[in-house]
Design a protein. Structure first.
Length: 491
């Protein structure tokens, strides 16, 4: 390179402006001030967006909240919008319009999410507070105390709403829509709310204050922190509210609630009113000719009036008129109770000619695989391994069609596969353990109103539900049955 060129380069270097360190510092501070200003403006717009979104959140209708819970993709999309808003804030590079809209979008998204999570809970809390105030009102609890005390004094055994619905409750209680309750000769409990916030009534007989001529009852409000005494009721032993009056009042309640027609029949059977139950059952079969439950119940009651063979023939004609897998299972169940095991197995044979699915005519109490497992047990106990194997194959084929869409697939598939392998290998030990496991769980019982532990049973025709065998099996200590539960419930 020539000397002239070197001098020219040096001259150019000398002509370049030199940055003063102080001016560079000031420029950096100015940039920070601009960023702070945009951040402040964004925050202000965020604050301005809170009132309208809060207003919408506070008055968000309950149906909209249910819609969002039903379709959770909407809150997820809101979260995505919030993330995009954050990205937009970062990329806006100080543009006020972009930051304003991004800030409003972010604030609205966050508040929308919080509103849909907490506003319904807040609304529910207000409802519970209002209900507690209502239950603590003398106009309510005085009537409730008298009615509950009369009911307790009338009955001779514990009655709860398991299988009996709520139509039998006293009027004052029923109008408050409790979700659980029971009465007994010495106490009663009515629950209106549970979980994180318990709320209800508790009635107790004061045995020390009671005499032969007068019973004394104390009503309390049951809340999360304990119980609060509300009032005391005294009833004379000549209380005109007798058991017959209790049943009459309950029947009137059921008649005003047609959707609890099954519960009405169970109630009458529980209180040993077979003729009233029989008439109610006949009326129900005429009103709902495709409903299996009153048909099966009627067959049991008619077997006591005529013969098991005659009642079975009539029931079989109905099943043939409305054929499906579960209807033939119910026919088999009827014959099992009548100790006609051959006809019971014939009905099972007929059942697997139809798709292993639940009743297409009226709701079942269990899913079809539960009925299949009961049929397998019956077939095995009657030395019909080929029939048990065909039921297994039918159930496994139906489970394969589900392809894991329902919870029944992971629950039943491994059990049935293991049982099938045992049948093919003639592994009697495994088969015996299966039968023992199923016996502990109890056989099929179409009547849910009984309390097994208290041996409070329903008599339908000549048969008791639950049976003596079911009660005996249920009373086995869990330590004895635990190895079976681990074997058959592990997947």
């Amino acid at each position: 390179m020539h000397m002239d060129d070197l001098e020219s380069k040096a001259q150019e270097g000398n002509n370049k402006p030199h940055l003063d360190p102080r001016s560079s510092f000031l420029a950096e501070q100015a940039k920070k001030v601009r960023v702070s200003n945009w951040a402040l403006i964004s925050f202000l717009f965020f604050l301005l967006s809170i009132p309208p979104f809060c207003f919408l959140g506070l008055f968000l209708p309950w149906w909209l909240a249910q819609f969002l819970y039903k379709y959770p993709i909407l809150p997820s999309l809101t979260i995505v919008c919030a993330v995009l808003a954050l990205v937009h804030i970062k990329r806006s590079q100080g543009k006020i319009k972009g930051r304003v809209f991004a800030s409003v979008g972010l604030g609205g998204s966050i508040l929308f999410i919080l509103g849909n999570l907490y506003i319904p809970m807040l609304s529910l809390s207000y409802d519970l507070i209002a209900l507690q105030s209502k239950l603590a009102s003398p106009a309510i609890y005085n009537n409730a105390a008298v009615e509950l005390a009369q009911y307790c004094q009338a009955v001779t055994t514990k009655v709860d709403n398991t299988g009996l619905g709520n139509a039998w409750y006293p009027n004052t209680i029923r109008n408050l829509n409790p979700f659980y309750g029971y009465i007994s000769p010495k106490d009663a409990r009515i629950v209106f709310a549970g979980g994180f916030f318990h709320l209800g009534y508790g009635l107790e007989l004061d045995e020390k204050a009671s005499t032969e001529k007068q019973s004394v009852w104390n009503l309390s409000l049951l809340i999360e922190s304990g119980k609060k005494h509300l009032c005391t009721v005294r009833l004379d032993e000549t209380n005109p509210f007798t058991l017959d009056k209790f049943i009459e009042t309950a029947v009137a309640g059921y008649d005003s609630n047609p959707q609890q027609a099954h519960s009405k029949i169970e109630f009458l059977l529980l209180f040993n009113r077979p003729e009233m139950a029989y008439q109610a059952c006949k009326e129900l079969t005429e009103k709902y000719p495709k409903d299996w439950w009153p048909r099966l119940t009627l067959a049991f009651m008619e077997s006591a009036k005529t013969t098991t063979e005659q009642a079975g023939n009539d029931f079989a004609k109905w099943v043939e008129k409305y054929p499906c897998f579960t209807h033939y299972f119910y026919l088999s169940f009827f014959y099992q109770k009548g100790n006609d095991l051959q006809k019971a197995c014939d009905a099972i044979e007929k059942s697997i000619e139809y798709p292993l699915q639940n009743d297409v005519y009226s709701p079942d109490l269990h899913n079809a695989y539960y009925y299949a497992s009961n049929s397998i047990t019956v077939a095995l106990k009657n030395n019909k391994s080929d029939l048990a194997l065909r039921i297994c194959d039918s159930a496994l084929a139906e489970l394969e069609k589900e392809r894991g869409k329902y919870s029944s697939t992971p629950y039943w598939k491994p059990k049935l596969q293991k049982l099938r392998a045992a049948i093919v290998a003639n592994d009697q030990s495994t088969i015996d353990r299966w039968n023992e496991y199923r016996a502990w769980g109890g056989s099929f019982n179409p009547y849910q109103a009984q309390n097994t532990n208290a041996k409070q049973r329903i008599k339908v025709g000549n048969h008791f539900f639950p049976s003596d065998e079911d009660i005996k099996a249920s009373e086995r200590p869990f330590e004895e049955i635990e190895p079976l539960t681990k074997e058959w419930q592990s997947h």
